[in-house]
Design a protein around this ligand. Structure first.
Ligand SMILES: Cc1cc2nc3c(=O)[nH]c(=O)nc-3n(C[C@H](O)[C@H](O)[C@H](O)COP(=O)(O)OP(=O)(O)OC[C@H]3O[C@@H](n4cnc5c(N)ncnc54)[C@H](O)[C@@H]3O)c2cc1C
Length: 563
């Protein structure tokens, strides 16, 4: 029995080289993860390969909302509103610790995107279409009530507001939880394994993938009946490696979205706000613990998908939009603690601007049988996966006579049924907070642990109790306990895997990161029997790479790494 740990990477690689799979998935973002879980649950023998870390692409750089699909209503995409509304119910039920209701205020402003009547009607339709629970249905506010609800709002253009519920998540955590469930059902999922090309049978159909192990620098070929390309912004790059006809002229249109993070005290919002910006777009301001994240932008992107960056223009645009709607805060670039830039893998439509491009997903199948899926949203990942797996199941039935199990991911808990609902999560968080208080850790730490790790918090706390005696600094001891869990159960291989995608620390707890880097690096190196000098090199590399809050800034303009 292999554990989902980089410590067993050699065994995993040995195992896959010896097997033929029914399905290989290229890409370990939410789309690939969802397909792996759906396929494994149907009894399909599945391998997923990810060239970097799981969720290292767009799936750690979104707005982190499980949308009810309000914006689709404006574009009259009624089917999409219904689908996303139902999806968020399913996701909340299956991961109540990680998909949490978030009150959202939509201020109505003069000449804004949404008028009062249209909003009232639109949100009512949305409640009905999306099947919103009664206690979460929209409340319309007049101007005075809206001002009271959110005193930081600009009042001269305010006409009223609508309060409704969105669901907040962490995209990278959602991805890893889905992957872990896929692995629990027999899928093999490996990060740092890049698909470099395909092999073909005599009929010219794809029957395998050439892989490059980026940690061991070796190449291997693995065979499969069906190959799915779920490479997000890299979908076209992977399609280009297929030597057969693409069967369509369609291609991606990447658009970049940037978010910035500022301290909560600089913009102490009472809830999340979805507000108009002067150029006619809409933007989110979302409080999360001690910070607020703000975004996003939407601009066409033509450079390498490997290196999207926030530019000075992106950050200025977000800051001026926020300062326009919340004039008393007057944020400046010096307030920015961290930032991320993600790429939307949308399907190109001639003559349409980035914001007008449909977020719908599409499937393309090449002459050689490569199934590529692009477009879509984090929110709709389960439905996208089901559509792909229906095709794979059909292929296996027709060509191999295999009868697969029916799709059932709506019934798969992403917390191993640890929580019956939100109340159970809140009760558990309160218990954890009481335990942590004995060690002088704040209540917010309990929220952080339960949001990120759900019931696995127990494993982390047990390790913490064991190692805290050796570590006078409880913050370090707790981070080491989290690392221990992520190393043994979540395929963490590098500092960034842990500090960005498993815990979100670099984005949301930036000021706590620096003192942790050295002990974490030393521990990672020790587990791999590597000398201290390697740990020091990792530490230096990490600090250098992430020194500036926004990449265009010279590091010295920011004291972000200083606690
Ligand atoms: C700014 C922004 C905000 C967004 N906000 C939201 C939101 O709030 N809610 C929502 O529902 N959706 C949102 N979205 C959309 C959502 O984030 C994306 O639709 C989703 O994350 C795409 O996931 P993916 O798996 O298709 O792509 P990715 O997450 O990019 O995954 C693709 C993976 O393929 C891997 N890969 C590429 N090439 C290879 C190869 N050759 N071999 C192996 N692996 C390879 C990459 O490393 C990558 O990890 C947002 C998107 C952006 C950009």
């Amino acid at each position: 029995m292999h554990t989902f740990s980089v410590a067993q990477r050699a065994e995993w690689l040995h195992l896959i080289a010896e097997q033929t799979f029914e399905l290989i998935i290229i890409g370990g973002g939410i789309t690939g993860a969802g397909i792996a879980l759906d396929a494994a649950a149907r009894g399909i023998k599945t391998l997923l390969v990810e060239k970097g870390d799981f969720a290292g692409g767009t799936s750690s750089r979104s707005t982190k909302l499980i949308h009810g699909g309000l914006r689709y209503l404006k574009q009259m995409e009624v089917g999409l509103v219904m689908e996303t509304g139902r999806e968020r119910e399913v996701l909340h039920r299956n991961a109540p610790h990680l998909v949490v209701p978030e009150k959202m205020l939509l201020p109505l402003v003069k000449n804004g995107t949404y008028g009062t009547l249209a909003t009232s009607f639109g949100l009512w339709v949305y409640d009905k279409l999306a099947g919103v629970k009664e206690d979460e249905q929209r409340i319309m506010l007049d101007k005075a009530q809206t001002e009271q609800q959110e005193p930081l709002l600009r009042t001269d253009i305010l006409e009223g507001g609508g309060l409704y519920i969105e669901y907040r998540t962490d995209d990278a955590r959602l991805t890893i939880e889905v992957i872990k469930q896929a692995v629990a059902r027999g899928a093999i999922c490996l990060n740092y394994l890049q698909a470099d090309g395909f092999t073909y049978n005599k009929q010219g159909k794809i029957n395998g993938v050439v892989l490059n192990d980026r940690l061991g620098n070796q190449s291997l070929t693995v065979h499969a009946d069906v190959v799915v390309n779920a490479a997000g912004p890299w979908v076209d790059e992977v399609r280009a490696k297929d030597l057969t006809k693409p069967n369509t002229n369609k291609h991606l249109h990447l658009t970049k979205g940037v978010h910035i993070v500022v301290p909560y005290y600089r913009i102490p919002l009472r809830q999340s706000v979805y507000f108009d910006v002067p150029d006619g777009r809409m933007m989110f301001a979302i409080p999360r613990g001690h910070v607020v994240y703000l975004g996003t932008t939407d601009t066409s992107y033509y450079d390498s998908p490997d290196t999207p960056r926030a530019t000075q223009e992106d950050v200025d645009y977000i800051l001026s939009s926020v300062n326009n709607m919340f004039p008393t805060v007057q944020l400046s670039v010096k307030d920015v603690l961290s930032s991320w830039a993600g790429l939307r893998p949308l399907i190109h439509e001639e003559g349409k601007s980035p914001s007008e491009l449909s977020r719908k997903d599409e499937i393309f199948v090449s002459e050689g049988g490569l199934i590529s899926i692009a477009g879509g949203k984090l929110t709709g990942y389960r439905k996208m996966a089901a559509r792909v797996c229906d095709r794979v199941a059909k292929w296996l039935h027709v060509h191999r006579g295999k009868q697969t199990l029916p799709a059932a991911t709506d019934q798969i808990s992403l917390c191993n049924n640890a929580f019956s609902g939100r109340e159970a999560v809140e009760n558990y968080t309160a218990q954890v907070a009481t335990r942590l208080a004995q060690d002088g850790l704040e209540k917010s730490y309990a929220q952080f642990l339960v949001f990120n790790f759900g019931a696995a918090t127990e494993t982390i706390l047990a390790t913490f109790d064991r190692i805290k005696l050796q570590h006078p600094n409880v913050q370090v001891a707790m981070a080491l306990a989290e690392l221990d869990y992520c190393y043994r159960h979540e395929m963490v291989a590098t500092l960034s895997d842990f500090l960005i995608r498993r815990t979100g620390r670099l984005y949301f707890h930036r000021r706590t990161v620096e003192p942790l880097v050295r002990p974490l690096a030393l521990q990672l190196a020790a587990w791999q029997n590597l000398p201290t000098t390697v740990a020091e090199m990792w530490e230096a590399d990490f600090l250098k790479t992430y020194q500036a809050a926004v990449e265009f800034l010279p590091a010295e303009t920011h004291a972000v790494m200083v606690a």
